[in-house]
Design a protein around this ligand. Structure first.
Ligand SMILES: [Zn+2]
Length: 323
């Protein structure tokens, strides 16, 4: 899928012309738009940030924290509960076996799987983060899928695909690493969700320009199909991501400084709270009206099956043979 960066907005997957859906909007010091392929159901960030910009955006302390934890303790606890629930759900539907956690980051989720009996390997392309995961959780972590041994019963790609320059290549590599009967589980923000439609360019999970791709449910299913998978299950159940998506998106939509509540929740020490800026304080007070609306949003999106996150479970599609 060769492509000249920023030369012309056409779809990376099917070559069709893209339609501008959002923007231009100022994010992290630059103007960005979202162009969308109506054939595939996938959007792309435009212009595509260059390697230098991405390196700056992903620097420790910016997108991710060195120690792998990004939020105040109660939020981290909720994330932990959600991860354990996810492991329980997967464990209830298949036998414990070999797991590859793609984009394992700090290695925490992989370590929870290991604690539940899975034989875990992490894949993390950032060497420093990989070293941290190995040392902290004593799990094998590779920086290239080619370095992982053998085949896997389960491959998880959890909120990673939207960050990649070439998501199709990763999916095809994963297909080659699934054991017979193995499952691929992919979760991404749902660009076609109700919260995305309501919030527009204020949608929290849009995350321009860090997210290079923006998948609708149809888009993710289409991409998996193009890579040779058949989707066997779809789920929108990600309560933390979904409710926070609504809450922060409503605050953004109301014109409060972009993602200022999110910045507040990343404050980890009490002294920093005392230095709280006015937008963060307004965000906090605004939760009085925004939280009830977010709960209504969760309820409605549940009814519409249009949650802020889409998770697909897929298996390798059977090869069609000519009679
Ligand atoms: Zn397309």
């Amino acid at each position: 899928m060769p492509r000249t960066p920023n030369a012309q907005p056409y779809c990376s997957f099917c070559g069709a012309d893209l339609e501008q859906k959002l923007g231009p909007v100022l994010r992290r010091g630059e103007m960005y738009s979202l162009f969308y392929c109506n054939e595939c159901g996938v959007g792309e960030t435009w212009p595509r940030p260059d390697t230098e910009t991405l390196a700056r955006l992903y620097a420790p302390g910016e997108y991710r924290a060195d120690e792998g934890k990004r939020f105040i303790a109660p939020i981290e606890y909720l994330f932990e509960l959600h991860k354990k629930w996810l492991i329980w759900r997967i464990g209830a539907s298949m036998r414990v076996g070999r797991l590859l956690d793609v984009g394992c980051g700090s290695g925490y989720l992989a370590s929870l799987f290991a604690g539940a009996g899975w034989d875990v390997t992490g894949l993390e392309r950032d060497e420093n983060t990989a070293v941290h995961a190995r040392e902290t959780y004593q799990i094998p972590v590779v920086t290239d899928i080619a370095d992982a041994d053998g085949h896997f019963d389960l491959i998880m790609i959890n909120h990673v695909l939207e960050h990649l320059d070439n998501p199709m290549m990763l999916l095809e590599e994963c297909k080659g690493r699934l054991a017979a009967g193995g499952k691929l589980v992919v979760a991404v923000p749902n660009f076609g969700s109700l919260q995305s439609i309501v919030a527009g360019d204020g949608w929290f999970h849009l995350d321009l320009p860090i997210h290079l791709y923006h998948f609708s449910e149809r888009g993710l299913v289409t991409l998996l199909s193009k890579a040779g998978f058949t989707v066997v299950k779809r789920s929108h159940a990600d309560w933390i991501q979904n409710i926070y998506g609504w809450l922060q998106s409503l605050l953004n939509r109301a014109g409060i400084s972009h993602n200022s509540l999110y910045d507040l929740l990343r404050i980890k020490d009490g002294a920093s709270v005392l230095k709280m800026q006015r937008p963060a304080l307004i965000s906090l007070l605004s939760c009085v009206w925004a939280l009830p609306l977010a709960l209504i949003g969760i309820f409605v999106e549940r009814l519409c099956r249009s949650g802020g996150v889409i998770r697909c479970t897929a298996v390798v599609a059977p090869v069609e043979t000519k009679k």
